[in-house]
Design a protein around this ligand. Structure first.
Ligand SMILES: Nc1ncnc2c1ncn2[C@@H]1O[C@H](COP(=O)(O)OP(=O)(O)OP(=O)(O)O)[C@@H](O)[C@H]1O
Length: 211
């Protein structure tokens, strides 16, 4: 299991989590450790329970049994962007600035430049392309520089250049000690991870421990 046998304390520890929707048992004893300074991938077939696991990881869903322990601030990028079309991009940033109690939007502006997303501040989500909406979704998860990042297919709709920028950003955050877990579908992205957990029959298995 990743994290065991290392000195790094996990920022996220999931133990023995079970979750059913009605009679459908999606998670059946899933375990996951994400230590500081680790970039961990979660892969699996459609419907294998990846989003369910991440929603449980951030506390949006309650497991039927099992435990979840988190340390530090959490940034969650859900699979489907939760944006409000009454607000412009800038108003979203202001809203989250208040929620996160940030003195400035300095980090948000850095991320806007990093994700090549400048010039959209006065637009509403409905006026943005799908990829640009996703950039906003990701930015809202990262703008408070959380210690634990939980990202559910964060690069859906990104063009190749932005896709590469995302991975450079993730690697930089990992190297700065953040803990990152990413749901991915893309085989050519697996080499970015320190460890890849395969979700099969409701359990996560790691072929190799975290590097
Ligand atoms: N709120 C819900 N109510 C009932 N069933 C649900 C609910 N959410 C998810 N499911 C079911 O649980 C299973 C796992 O869903 P989940 O979204 O976690 O899978 P996933 O691995 O993230 O899928 P994908 O790769 O398609 O995003 C699916 O069969 C799904 O239909």
């Amino acid at each position: 299991m990743p994290g065991e046998g290392t000195e790094r304390q996990p920022r996220l520890r999931i133990r023995g989590v079970w979750k059913a929707y009605g009679r459908r048992h999606v998670l059946r004893g899933a375990d996951l450790d994400v230590p500081a300074g680790a970039l961990v991938g979660v892969v699996g077939e459609n419907g294998s329970g990846k989003s369910t696991l991440l929603r449980i990881a951030v506390g949006e869903l309650t497991p039927d049994t099992g435990t979840v322990a988190r340390a530090g601030a959490v940034g969650y990028c859900p699979q489907r962007a939760v944006l409000n079309d009454s607000f412009t991009v800038l108003q979203h940033l202001r809203l989250f600035q208040v929620a996160y109690r940030l003195p400035t939007l300095a980090r948000a502006h850095e991320l806007i430049n990093l994700l090549a997303f400048a010039g959209c501040e006065r637009l509403r989500p409905g006026e943005l392309s799908g990829g640009t909406r996703q950039k906003l979704n990701l930015l809202l998860a990262l703008m408070h520089d959380p210690q634990l990042l939980v990202l559910d297919e964060p690069y859906q709709g990104f063009d190749w250049d932005t896709h590469q920028r995302f991975w450079a950003l993730a690697a930089g955050l990992r190297d700065a000690g953040r803990s990152i877990v990413v749901v991915s579908h893309l085989l050519h992205d697996l080499h970015h991870f320190d460890a890849v957990g395969h979700l099969r029959e409701g359990r996560l298995s790691f072929e190799e421990p975290i590097r």
